[in-house]
Ligand binder design. Structure first.
Ligand SMILES: *Cc1c(COP(=O)(O)O)cnc(C)c1O
Length: 372
């Protein structure tokens, strides 16, 4: 699905010497490169503040902590996402309130958010799934109207531009009160282990989050709030500083792969290619198709027999996960997400794909869906 080895080999000299310099300095925690990376990522995204942390799941939890939400408060999010989004909500004793997905974009269906709002609702967490932004314009309108916080889960969409109705563009993660992201190795900007970050334009929230990631401390051994230990290692920061320089190239390499797939599949009735959203760029963290009129799992099995990896993101929507049964949802509550979980299929997409691989994958895929 990814080829991190080839990507590394292209920048090996740079990476190896940067890693060696951290080892030589022994500044493994809170080294200068962490700050430098934060500044560079702030410049790249347009966020006023970037606070690096341990991983994307922690980032979500830290964001919710910083907003001062209390157990029992309700947080609206999509049921069709990676588990981390709901996990952070549930861990803090907050109540995840799920909303179905939009069948075209796979993102939260904004037309269904309003009817989920109660007097306990405090926040909305849209997820920019697969590399395409949720409808941030409508989400911000709803948030303004009902006085809700917005945390954007940007783990899959770093560097993705959202265009507002008036033509203004902003990057994913910089529109709501807080944006969170992940540098898990396979993400579009991935490090060599776990890593994450928080974005905000709010000075006070930035200070608070910076304290929370470091045991709730602004001054060493003085603790103004209850925090966590979730810092980005200096070793990861040097890797990320280098890879950030290439992020634009990495994104356009992914977009080229997607274009190849899109044109190869354009006349295939059983393959529905990703929706092109006029308001959002697509940075293709995943290239996710919908399979129509034919069993998706059979297609996947046949791809596998031909040596072609593929993945299902995600086979079970969160409202049907065992651990989330206590929130009282049932099968049938979110028909779109449930249908998507049975029909989506993600093909390999990464920065190192060549035309031969793409030709092999697309020709096999076409034969398989047409039963040849
Ligand atoms: C990867 C991911 C996360 C979690 O990131 P980690 O760094 O693995 O903790 C959260 N949300 C979404 C949508 C993700 O894809």
């Amino acid at each position: 699905m990814v080829d991190l080895q080839s990507q590394y080999l292209k920048i090996k000299l740079e990476i190896d010497s940067a890693i060696q310099s951290v080892i030589d300095s022994t500044a493994f925690i809170k080294g200068r490169d962490v700050q430098l990376f934060e500044t560079e990522l702030a410049e790249f995204t347009g966020a006023k503040h970037v606070i690096a942390c341990g991983n994307g799941t922690d980032a979500l939890q830290i964001a919710l902590m910083a907003l001062g939400l209390k157990p029992g408060d309700e947080v609206i999010t999509s049921t069709f996402t990676f588990i981390a989004t709901a996990e952070a909500i549930a861990l803090l004793g907050l109540i995840p309130v799920f909303v179905d997905a939009n069948p075209d974009t796979f993102n939260i269906d904004v037309s269904q958010i309003r009817r989920k709002i109660t007097s306990k609702t405090k926040a909305i967490i849209p997820v920019h799934l697969y590399g395409q932004c949720a409808d941030m314009e409508e989400i911000m309108n709803i948030a303004d109207e009902f006085n809700l916080f917005v945390i954007e889960d940007t783990a899959q969409a770093i560097g993705t531009d959202f265009t507002f109705g008036d033509g203004t563009k902003k990057q994913a993660g910089t529109v709501g009160n807080i944006g969170t992201t992940s540098f898990f190795p396979s993400k579009n900007l991935g490090c060599f282990g776990d890593g994450g970050a928080l974005f905000t334009n709010d000075d006070e929230l930035a200070l608070k989050m910076r304290a929370i990631i470091n045991h709730g401390s602004k001054i060493t051994y003085y603790h103004s709030e209850i925090g966590v230990n979730s810092r980005l290692d200096t070793l990861q920061a040097v890797v990320l500083r280098i890879k950030l320089k290439y992020l634009k190239e990495y994104i356009s390499a992914r977009q080229k792969v997607a274009e190849y797939y899109n044109s190869a599949f354009q006349h295939e009735n059983r393959i529905i290619t990703p929706f092109i959203n006029p308001n959002s760029e697509h940075t293709y963290h995943q290239y996710t198709l919908k399979i129509a009129d034919i069993d998706r799992d059979t297609v996947q099995k046949q791809l596998d027999e031909n040596g072609i990896p593929s993945k299902i993101y995600y086979p079970v929507p969160i409202h049907l996960q065992e651990a989330y049964a206590k929130y009282g949802y049932r099968k049938g509550d979110f028909p779109i997400a449930e249908k998507l979980s049975e029909t989506v299929l993600s093909l390999p997409i990464h920065t190192e794909m060549d035309e031969e691989q793409l030709r092999y994958i697309t020709s096999n895929m076409k034969e398989i869906v047409n039963g040849k």
